[in-house]
Design a protein around this ligand. Structure first.
Ligand code: XIL
Length: 326
């Protein structure tokens, strides 16, 4: 039985993965992606980002995102849609413009409305605002924050709620597991949106973690339940747990040894287990399922092999451990 089927039996909504058009011609990859019961939802890894969907002002391009959405439909997968207001992967027209508040409000409104309307009815959830916080819990400097202050956050949720009333609207961020001040900031964002009278349905924990430095299941469950108590649902949205090959334990090697693979398995069990422990945790999405396509070694040289399958598509101890947990 696949991971998604097991998650359903455990009372959750899904087990999912990030994927994108770059993976479409890889037959072995596609066989696993389409394997009945393995995944129930996918997140387009890049195709719905602003630089792709609106590269120039008012020019909307949905070619690759539509291809991913069609593939999801063929496979019977739901879509977790990602992402609308984010400082990264922005087209130059947004990031290098010197906007006044009214212009940037127009740009945000047009973008969010157009993209959400295009995918209306097809997204289980949207990551409306992504990564608005610094590690110390203050707001990240971005064109949005500079021009609109923290109001860009409730504004984004307001536009999103109007564009697709059915989609769950999420705030999504990383290191909420390891930076307490950042977690405080995420809680502040939930309240900020609510106090402005807008709807926020969920907080997404990206879960880009490190083997041997992943908090315990108990600590992770406590973090999730802290947000659940605010009345939002929660999910692991971009889970991967990378080996740090620069650490002493790696001894110069850049391939995980048996001990490291066992630690990785234990860390995956902590994260997925925390979702099982929190009734308002709806599911887990991994950020790619094979080491072959992980973003981690490209973004963080010295780190790698964070996924459940090897680069040659064998299941790793982490896969077996998660499957046994479920
Ligand atoms: C990453 C993708 O995996 C890469 O392919 C891309 O080059 C950069 O973005 N947080 C997010 C994701 O919300 O969108 C990022 O995805 C990883 C970090």
């Amino acid at each position: 039985e696949g991971l998604h089927a097991l998650m359903l039996s455990a009372g959750k909504l899904y087990f999912g993965t990030a994927t994108d058009v770059g993976n479409h011609n890889d037959e072995k990859y596609q066989a696993i992606l389409a394997h009945q019961g393995e995944f129930g939802i996918i997140t387009p890894e890049n195709s719905q980002k602003w630089e792709v969907t609106e590269p120039r002002r008012n020019q909307f391009v949905y070619t690759t995102a539509d291809t991913v959405a069609e593939k999801a439909q063929d496979n019977g997968h739901l879509l977790r849609c990602h992402t609308l207001t984010w400082h990264s992967q922005l087209p130059p027209f947004v990031s290098s413009g010197s906007w006044n508040a009214s212009d940037l409000t127009d740009i945000l409104t047009t973008h969010i409305t157009n993209v959400m309307t295009h995918f209306k009815g097809r997204c289980y959830a949207w990551d409306v605002v992504n990564e608005a916080l610094e590690e110390d819990g203050t707001y990240r400097e971005s064109v949005f924050y500079e021009v609109l202050g923290d109001k860009y956050i409730p504004l984004s949720f307001k536009i999103a709620a109007q564009a697709d009333p059915e989609a769950k609207l999420y705030y999504n961020d990383f290191n909420l597991e390891t930076s307490p001040k950042k977690a405080d900031g995420a809680e502040r964002i939930v309240k900020l949106v609510r106090d402005a009278g807008e709807r926020i349905d969920g907080v997404g924990f990206q879960g880009h973690l490190i083997v041997g430095q992943t908090p315990s299941r108990r600590a992770l469950a406590a973090l999730l339940s802290r947000f659940a108590r605010l009345g939002v649902e929660v999910a692991w949205t971009e889970l991967d747990i990378a080996h740090d090959f620069s650490s002493a334990a790696s001894n110069g090697s850049s391939a995980a040894n048996a001990t490291q693979l066992e630690q990785q398995a234990a860390d995956y069990v902590s994260v997925v287990g925390a979702c099982l422990d929190e009734p308002r945790c709806v599911g887990v999405t991994v950020w790619q399922f094979t080491d072959k396509y992980s973003w981690v070694p490209l973004a963080f040289p010295g780190r790698g092999e964070p996924c459940l399958w090897t680069a040659t598509y064998t299941k790793k101890p982490a896969y077996d451990a998660v499957s046994k947990l479920l």
